[in-house]
Design a protein around this ligand. Structure first.
Ligand SMILES: C[S@@+](CC[C@H](N)C(=O)[O-])C[C@H]1O[C@@H](n2cnc3c(N)ncnc32)[C@H](O)[C@@H]1O
Length: 184
């Protein structure tokens, strides 16, 4: 079974309900494939490893890129750690908000898919992008029956990404709703 199918299966078996949707993952694979040799990719929120699996699918046989993924919940991190990943994948049990201040200007591609670094500390995530680096966020479509405070936080993320002077951003009606940004 390929890594993507195995990751979705692992998520289901372990009862992890927050994996990225297939269209989001496919876009991650497209961006991963575009990363320069020597480039660095970061995911905030590993979950069951679905996002990492899509990034690896995009990289194919390449070994000249690193993929770092952070997960704050040890039990969840253990689910993704059950897979055999390529050697360039570094899964860490870590809080994104503690990691990001040491990562200024480091990453060519960031998938910000955790509370930390997306809802809180989005400025730190933006600062971790290299010039011309790409930032991907999903779950940006408004869902009517979400609590109002959740909708407000989502709107704050959208506003910051689409108005930030260092970013060129686009909202995409793709998967769960996405905003994709490039750092100037
Ligand atoms: C939406 S899920 C991630 C799904 C995964 N990116 C994927 O594509 O399948 C969000 C994850 O972020 C983790 N998380 C929440 N806050 C975090 C933080 N501050 N640092 C790292 N991980 C965090 C949660 O424990 C959860 O597993």
């Amino acid at each position: 079974m390929n890594l993507v199918d195995a990751a979705y299966q692992r998520a289901e078996t372990s009862g992890f309900p927050m994996s990225c949707e297939q269209p989001v993952g496919r876009l991650l694979a497209v961006f991963a494939a575009s990363i320069r040799p020597g480039g660095h990719i970061l995911e905030l929120g590993t979950g069951a490893g679905v996002g990492v699996a899509w990034l690896v699918a995009g990289l194919g046989e390449r070994t000249d890129v690193t993929v770092t993924s952070l997960e704050v919940d040890e039990k969840v991190a253990a689910v993704a750690a059950g897979e055999t990943w390529p050697s360039y994948v570094d899964l860490r049990v870590a809080d994104a908000l503690a990691f990001l201040p040491s990562a200024v200007g480091m990453f060519d591609l960031i998938f910000a898919d955790a509370q930390g670094g997306k809802i809180e500390g989005l400025d730190l995530t933006i600062a971790a992008l290299r010039p011309r680096g790409i930032l991907v966020v999903d779950d940006m479509r408004v869902v009517d029956d979400w609590p109002e405070d959740f909708k407000a936080r989502q709107a704050g993320v959208r506003r910051m990404l689409t108005s930030h002077p260092d970013l060129v951003s686009v909202e995409l009606d793709h998967g769960s709703g996405m905003v994709v940004s490039t750092r100037r």
